[in-house]
Design a protein around this ligand. Structure first.
Ligand code: PLP
Length: 403
């Protein structure tokens, strides 16, 4: 597996590209020009420590607080409910590890089989530490089995963690329904909304949840800047102790440039969502659907995973029967198209993704599954180009397999 990954990466790295079509936006997005500009200004000019009492420090503090307010406005929260972190992963760790001590008499955690590894690895660690963990399955559409979810949450359940939009398929869970079931039994609810916040409207006040994880680099902000929404009166323990930053919930001098970039990206996303009043999702989903229809028409042995469930507009997971995703990715990359197979970190792996396995996707399709993830910058022309490349590219792989 490691060898396959090395070979794959070396090949990709050495390639001189003439075309560049980026369809790996669930791995990360291109920062907006205004994000880069704001961050550059912070690095160059606004370098004071926001904890310093002098005017310069307080001016930088103001920039941090502006960013917090911008992010809060994006999700309908209050600025005081936002804890700034270094990533979605840290936010998830802070949410789950930070909230469990408040339910010390309960030692049971419930999550789902289709979570990102940030949640699943943490669930494994908790199990080793003596918690019991249930990972509820999904149906063939990718939606959490509501009966199994209900049955697994008991008066012993301290916390549940569920995803909003899946990073591999884009399938969106019914957060209100699943969270309400957990809330009835007094469990704390954490939502991993890393793949939805900034792309589609998320109002945390519409959700009966205490904790929501966010990551800036998934919506045209910088890497290294994330946040945790913590509903008022939710008790949380810090993971990192030291200074009093983030009201002692996350010690360490702030990554001001990253935070400012996150704020600018949040502001841009909010303005875009406000401007389009919900129509942007439908328009963009249309582009994705057109792409999928064209792929299916061009490649009869292709199948879209998660197509029968509500999905976020930007994600298209397509299985090519009988082919290996690694080969498809390499040829796409050679042609200047950046896509992914499942989660970025499992690219190069020969194992089908845990998400597709949980959906009981036929192995012949799961092994050849490619995730094309779009952004607001993706054009119809780019998608046409990708579709046009496929017949030749797949024929080459089919011929290789036959030899
Ligand atoms: N949760 C989901 C659903 C993700 O897709 C990712 C990243 O791909 C994460 C969490 C982790 O976020 P970050 O890369 O900011 O640590």
């Amino acid at each position: 597996m490691a060898v396959a990954r090395e070979r794959c990466c070396a090949r990709v790295y050495n390639q001189v590209m003439t075309r560049s079509i980026y369809l790996d936006n669930n791995a990360t997005t291109q920062p907006l020009p205004e994000v880069v500009e704001a961050m550059t200004r912070v690095l160059r000019d606004d370098y004071a420590n926001p904890s310093s009492v002098h005017r310069f420090g307080q001016a930088v503090r103001h920039r941090v607080e502006t960013a917090r307010a911008q992010l809060a406005a994006l999700i309908g929260a209050k600025p005081a409910e936002i804890v700034l972190t270094s990533s979605g992963t840290e936010s998830i760790n802070l949410a789950i590890r930070g909230a469990l001590p408040a339910r010390a008499n309960r030692r049971h955690v419930v999550t789902t089989q289709v979570e990102h590894s940030a949640v699943l690895s943490l669930a494994d660690s908790l199990e080793r530490e003596g918690y019991s963990v249930d990972r509820v399955g999904v149906d063939a559409r990718g939606l959490v089995d509501v009966d199994a979810w209900r049955a697994s949450i008991t008066e012993e359940t301290a916390l549940v963690s569920l995803q909003h939009a899946n990073n591999e398929t884009g399938v969106m869970q019914d957060v209100v329904l699943l969270a309400s079931i957990a809330a009835e039994r007094g469990a704390i609810v954490h939502v991993d909304a890393v793949q939805s916040v900034g792309k589609t409207a998320v109002r945390v006040t519409d959700w009966p949840v205490q904790l929501v994880s966010i990551s800036g680099h998934k919506f045209h902000g910088p890497k290294g800047a994330g946040a945790l929404y913590v509903r008022r009166r939710t008790r949380l323990h810090p993971l990192i102790v030291g200074g009093r930053q983030e009201r002692s919930l996350r010690a360490g001098t702030e990554n001001v440039a990253g935070i400012v970039g996150l704020g600018v990206a949040a502001d841009a996303a909010r303005m875009e969502l406000d401007r389009s009043k919900g129509t942007a999702d439908a328009n963009r989903a249309r582009l994705r659907d057109e792409f999928e229809d064209s792929v299916i028409q061009t490649v009869p042995f292709a199948r879209v995973h998660g197509a029968d469930a509500p999905r976020i507009w930007n994600t298209s997971n397509i299985g090519f029967e009988g082919l290996a995703a690694e080969g498809i990715l390499i040829l796409l990359s050679d042609a200047g198209v950046s896509a992914s197979s499942g989660a970025a970190c499992s690219s190069g792996s020969l194992e089908p993704s845990h998400v597709l396995q949980a959906m009981a996707v036929d192995e012949r399709f799961a092994h050849g599954a490619i995730r094309f993830s779009l952004s607001q910058l993706t054009t119809r022309e780019e998608l046409h180009e990708v579709v046009a490349l496929l017949p030749d590219l797949l024929a080459r792989l089919t011929a290789l397999r036959a030899n």
